[in-house]
Ligand binder design. Structure first.
Ligand code: PMP
Length: 381
């Protein structure tokens, strides 16, 4: 049976070259990066090398990188640490309503603890207006959270403008760049932020490892306590294999990104053109151009998205409705609702995300199957 993977926004397979770079650190070089002996020092050197690679890639210094277990931890860290450090200065936070749940849930918890959060809805094209963020700013605003790209509909957000405003006003700015790192250029010299989060498994690295950029000089107390690792900013034995994998994955993205992006855009646009021409009622969600190079997201009126995803799965194609983290909730996505989509359109959604190993014949087969499944679903409804 065919096995075609078009769900790269959920996770990407680990590149074999990444696995190869990680291998020695499972075996002959498997020391604890905090141990003083040779094996420990080898592990530490590898961790620091990966830190340098990532730092250079996003335009910062190694000291500003904290390795974490992934973007969820990074987002939690940035939000809870800011709240703790700045609560005497203010208790107001601004966030887009379409942030990932690893941003929204910590904010909901802070609301229970007396913080006020203003949520900014995007326009119908899935992009949050910078002016809307600006108009909500108050003297007691301590933090703004705005993702670089949305994980469901792929729209790119005005992080550069929002960052400039925050910097001028002395407001901390968290950018969740989990969907953009390794896919489009991300540089903190262009995006003036205080925190930037990422996960290696979104760019062909291993799962369970990520990083948080923390701008030097800002107040950011440790979030996970119990050890001096990461200069006392994140306790816990280093995930050396994961961190080495993250560094290697970044190296590969650095070399391949321009070519890869071009290929992704070609497939993405082929998918979008086909759906808009060939699937009756199919609409594209999110801005047609200001979106991730690999993301196409649709709604099909009258079609149940979960059934469509399952039917495609049976045909050997892995796609999703939106976020993998919310599958099975049977509720319309908070992203699509915030954009103003009716429940019926939100529940009939499909996210297709191409990647490094997507081949032309994969796209052709997927589109054939999609047409058949949509036709079947419409005649059954
Ligand atoms: N933010 C965004 C935008 C994401 O897409 C994801 C993963 N779906 C996360 C945060 C969380 O990443 P992880 O599950 O690797 O912690």
């Amino acid at each position: 049976m065919r096995s075609i993977y078009l769900d790269h926004a959920a996770t990407t397979a680990c590149d074999p070259r990444v696995l190869e770079a990680m291998r020695p650190f499972f075996f002959e070089q498997s020391g604890n990066a905090s141990s003083p002996h040779r094996q420990g020092r080898q592990a530490r050197r590898a961790v620091e090398e990966a830190r340098e690679i990532l730092a250079a890639f996003i335009g910062t210094a190694p000291v500003e990188i904290i390795f974490t277990s992934g973007a969820s931890e990074s987002n939690n860290h940035a939000i809870f640490s800011t709240a703790r450090a700045l609560k005497t200065k203010g208790k107001h936070i601004i966030a887009s309503a379409i942030e990932h749940h690893s941003v929204l849930e910590p904010l909901h918890q802070l609301e229970q603890d007396g913080f006020q959060v203003s949520y900014v809805k995007p326009k119908a094209d899935g992009i949050v207006a910078f002016e809307d963020i600006k108009s909500l700013r108050r003297p007691d605003t301590i933090l703004v959270c705005l993702q670089h790209a949305n994980n469901e509909i792929g729209t790119l957000q005005p992080v550069e403008e929002a960052g400039r405003l925050c910097r001028e006003q002395g407001i901390y700015f968290l950018v969740d760049a989990t969907q953009t790192i390794g896919h489009i250029p991300v540089n903190v010299k262009d995006i003036p932020c205080d925190f930037l989060s990422l996960s290696a498994h979104k760019f062909y690295g291993p799962q369970g490892v990520g990083a948080l950029y923390v701008r030097q000089g800002i107040k950011c107390p440790a979030f996970i306590l119990g050890g001096d690792q990461e200069r006392g900013r994140r306790a816990g034995t280093h995930n050396t294999t994961g961190i080495v994998g993250l560094g290697e994955a970044i190296k590969l993205c650095r070399a391949q990104m321009p070519e890869e992006t071009q290929q992704e855009v070609k497939f993405r646009d082929e998918i979008i053109d086909f759906v808009l021409k060939e699937i009756p009622g199919g609409v594209l969600n999110g801005h047609p151009q200001k979106r991730l190079p690999n993301n196409a997201h649709f709604s099909f009126p009258g079609i149940n998205g979960e059934e469509l995803v399952s039917a495609l799965d049976l045909a050997g194609v892995a796609v999703s409705m939106g976020s993998a983290c919310t599958w099975g909730k049977l509720e319309p996505s908070h992203v699509l609702k915030a954009m103003g989509l009716a429940d019926q359109m939100a529940l009939g959604s499909l996210r297709v995300t191409v990647g490094r190993w997507t081949a032309s014949q994969d796209v052709t087969y997927f589109l054939e199957q999609l047409k058949i499944k949509c036709k079947n679903a419409s005649s059954n409804s």
